[in-house]
Design a protein around this ligand. Structure first.
Ligand code: ZN
Ligand code: ZN
Length: 216
């Protein structure tokens, strides 16, 4: 199973036509064109506009995975529920108006398969889950803010395959040695040591921003 990952919402952009805003969202498409939205940014208008500029229609989303309930990741959820009412949702414990219990899975602490090749790490530290894309190369992990810590997230991902890539908000993560064993790192959103990561791992750490598209 191959995947295409596109960052659709971030504090930075790689494409001047796209809006930047504090928050994060990424679209994952598999080779059968199943469209998964990971996080929803802070603002539904910005999310929808950026998606449309990237030739994506929110109504085509069939799965929504929310890393955690902070506003900068869940703020666009109401818009997505309105545009894609039949999408299935995978969320950490928490409340949101309009969540239909029959379409929503509240993810517990253990890894869980979401779709072929796509897994949740499980809700770590009771707050946040990460998305793991598996394939021949191993496990590629997408994080929201990484509040449970990158070590805990990569440990959970390693139960699904050899961790080889990481993309997303890494918050205050500072033990950069841990990234030595990875082939690809995309520090996004709230990563405080973004520049340090880019400088320390030239060639394997790449800038993140709205419009970033990678093939796995
Ligand atoms: Zn957060
Ligand atoms: Zn955040």
């Amino acid at each position: 199973m191959g995947f295409t990952v596109t960052v659709v919402y971030d504090n930075e952009t790689l494409d001047e036509s796209l809006a930047t805003d504090w928050g994060f969202a990424a679209v994952v498409k598999d080779s059968r064109d199943t469209m998964l939205l990971f996080d929803t940014g802070a603002d539904g208008d910005i999310l929808e506009r950026n998606m449309r500029l990237l030739q994506m229609d929110p109504q085509d989303i069939s799965i929504v995975v929310l890393s955690h309930w902070h506003w900068d990741h869940s703020g666009g959820l109401s818009r997505i529920l309105e545009k894609a009412p039949r999408a299935t949702l995978f969320v950490p414990p928490g409340q949101h108006p309009g969540l239909s219990s029959e379409r929503t899975t509240v993810v517990g602490g253990a890894p869980l398969q979401i779709a072929p090749g796509l897994y949740s790490t499980g809700t770590l530290s009771g707050i946040e889950q990460a998305l793991v894309l598996t394939g021949e190369k191993g496990a590629f992990t997408i994080t929201g803010c990484a509040h449970p810590g990158v070590p805990a997230i990569l440990a959970a991902a390693s139960t699904l395959g050899r961790p080889y890539g990481l993309l997303g908000g890494l918050h205050g993560f500072a033990h950069l040695d841990m990234l030595d064993s990875l082939d690809h790192v995309y520090p996004c959103h709230c990563t405080q040591r973004r520049l340090e990561i880019l400088r320390r791992f030239p060639g394997k750490a790449m800038p993140c921003g709205a419009g970033l598209t990678i093939q796995l």
